[in-house]
Design a protein around this ligand. Sequence first.
Ligand code: GAR
Length: 180
Amino acid sequence: MSSINLAVFVSGHGSNLEVFLQNKQQFQSLWVVSSNAEAHGLTRASNHGVESHVLPKNIDWQALHEALESRNIDKIFLAGFMKIVPASFVEKWHGRLFNLHPSLLPNYKGLRAIERAHADGEAVGVTIHHVVAAVDAGDIVLQDCAVSKEAVVNMDLEAVIERTHAKEHELVQAWIDQLH
Ligand code: GAR
């Protein structure tokens, strides 16, 4: 077990959150924060007996920062968190705030990254990176290809999305494993 108190921020399905939940014994504590009250990630957290918190529509980032501090959170992982994190918050968590993105950054920053790479016939992959104020920038921690440029042209989008999500789960597991 690591001595890390980790917060995982989600907005929806939470399949990557599930990898953290499956590994909850690896952490001193896990706390799930959701920007969406309907997120399936919240059900996943409750199924694992992990505490969660739903953010209000207008997020009070200072209050959130204080709540994280009061829980002695060491690191934050954005796992499908679809809100822009403001620079003031990013600065406070510099070096301790990570994001998962479904592309081989710096290619295909932003939304619908898999769809755009597939449409262009470009390699599709997954990146875990430090969060900085600019969107999907910041030093890369882990990165891996899910579908090569050669393979992508012969695959339909659904298959590429499925392969990419599987690769995300692998990379999240690798990130957890390297905490020790
Ligand atoms: C993942 O594909 C993640 O990379 C993406 O949202 C999905 C969440 O899936 N994040 C972004 O696009 C952030 N820019 P999940 O809810 O099943 O973990």
